[in-house]
Design a protein around this ligand. Structure first.
Ligand SMILES: NC(=O)c1ccc[n+]([C@@H]2O[C@H](COP(=O)([O-])OP(=O)(O)OC[C@H]3O[C@@H](n4cnc5c(N)ncnc54)[C@H](O)[C@@H]3O)[C@@H](O)[C@H]2O)c1
Ligand SMILES: [Zn+2]
Length: 366
């Protein structure tokens, strides 16, 4: 199979997204041609290293790179400013004066962390994204947003800093558990709703194959979603033109649900699925969306196995979190609402009563 390429460009920035099954073993020779540096610092976690580390590291070494591996524990806790500066200190100590580049080898946590380290060390050194979760391949590795968390908030320290390549090997997804596949599928459904109904239909026709990790179908969906994200980012890299905002479909409410549950109960995609159900309901109540389309979205999310209701009595906490969100002030809130499958509209100043009743509809066990 030929590698698929999608270019993300903004003025002079263009880089490929290489999507293929089984090309991780060729990454060394690929990077040689890229002339990216001589010393590779691979940032990863023990789980990813155990499953796929040998393939990556052998390929880099065989191509003549000096390789150092820096492991961080698996989980969001590693995406912290403290861990980032520990990594920077190690790189500075071990590789001063060397032609060093970073390989972000893992899911979104490692990608955001290693990308931030690359952006900050010596005011920016080259790095590449080798995403190994479905969510990272279709979303977090693309678009140049890198960040780490502070104790009082997620993604508070960060930059826009693009990798030299996003190198997505579909076979790395075969070791993910089903919950992680579902998590990524929530974002894939989102792409379908916000701008490409054919992607939505493709997921509808291939739910079982996707959940069963059929490589051909996974390759197609990773390609389609990468194309959509890179297109949006290319036209509005820094969220200045109001285009990138549509990527937040389902996210204002989803983030509030994640925060109200202290980031314990739901994976990101699961909270976003609930967020999408709720904004679809708001869209319906505002007569922007048709009932058939909203039902179709809800049905697909259920077939994927994403949550149908917010567990427990969370409504007051969710509303509280949303009120703390600057965008949610009365008369000033801003939501991405669906107007059909494949089209959305940004609306401001939505009646808080409509928002509350939509959240209520999906709250509790009743
Ligand atoms: N930068 C962006 O634009 C952007 C966009 C969306 C999300 N994010 C960030 O991404 C992060 C979430 O990313 P995620 O969902 O990939 O989570 P993650 O990085 O925590 O990975 C999920 C789990 O899968 C494991 N894992 C990774 N690859 C594996 C593989 N191939 N086989 C088996 N297990 C594997 C990890 O060790 C981890 O336990 C959050 O921090 C979020 O803020 C960033
Ligand atoms: Zn998301």
């Amino acid at each position: 199979m030929l590698p698929l390429r999608v270019d993300v460009s903004r003025e002079t920035i263009t880089y490929p997204i290489e999507i293929k099954s089984g090309h991780l073993k060729n990454i060394g020779s690929f990077l040689q041609k890229l002339k990216i540096g001589t010393h590779a610092v691979v940032v990863t976690n023990p789980i990813v290293r155990k499953h796929h580390g040998n393939t990556l590291l052998s390929s880099l070494r065989e191509a003549g790179f000096e390789v150092e591996v820096l492991e961080v524990p698996s989980g969001e806790e590693s995406k912290s400013a403290v861990v980032a500066f520990e990594l920077i200190a190690k790189i500075a100590e071990h590789h001063a004066g060397k032609d060093v580049f970073i390989v972000a080898f893992g899911g979104g946590v490692v990608g955001d962390l290693a990308g931030y380290v690359a952006s900050a060390y010596r005011r920016g050194i080259p790095y590449i994204q080798v995403p190994t979760t479905f969510l990272a391949q279709i979303d977090s590795a693309i678009g140049g947003k890198v960040a780490v968390d502070l104790p009082f908030g997620k993604n508070l320290v960060g930059a826009f800093y693009h990798p030299k390549v996003v190198y997505s090997d579909i076979t790395t997804l075969l070791t993910l558990d089903k919950r992680q596949i579902r998590n990524g599928l929530a974002e894939a459904v989102k792409y379908g709703v916000i701008c490409d109904k054919n992607v939505f239909f493709f997921i509808e026709s291939n739910v079982e194959a996707l959940l069963g990790c059929n490589e051909k179908v996974l390759t197609e969906i990773v390609y389609q979603c990468s194309r959509i994200k890179s297109n949006i980012v290319s036209r509005d890299e820094r969220e200045e033109k109001g285009l990138r905002v549509i990527l937040n479909f389902g996210h204002t409410v989803g983030h509030a649900i994640e925060a109200a549950c202290d980031y314990q109960e739901y994976h990101h995609g699961e909270a976003i699925a609930l967020g999408m159900r709720i904004v679809a309901e708001i869209s319906l109540q505002m007569r922007l969306a048709k009932e058939d389309d909203v039902n179709r979205l809800n049905h697909l999310l259920s077939r994927v196995g994403l949550p149908e209701r917010i567990e427990g009595p969370r409504l007051p906490e969710i509303l509280n979190r949303m009120r703390h969100d600057k965008k949610f002030k009365s008369g000033n809130n801003r939501f991405v609402l669906m107007t059909g499958l494949g089209s959305v509209k940004v609306r401001e100043g939505i009646d808080p009563q409509i928002i509350q009743s939509a959240i209520e509809k999906y709250s509790g066990n009743s």
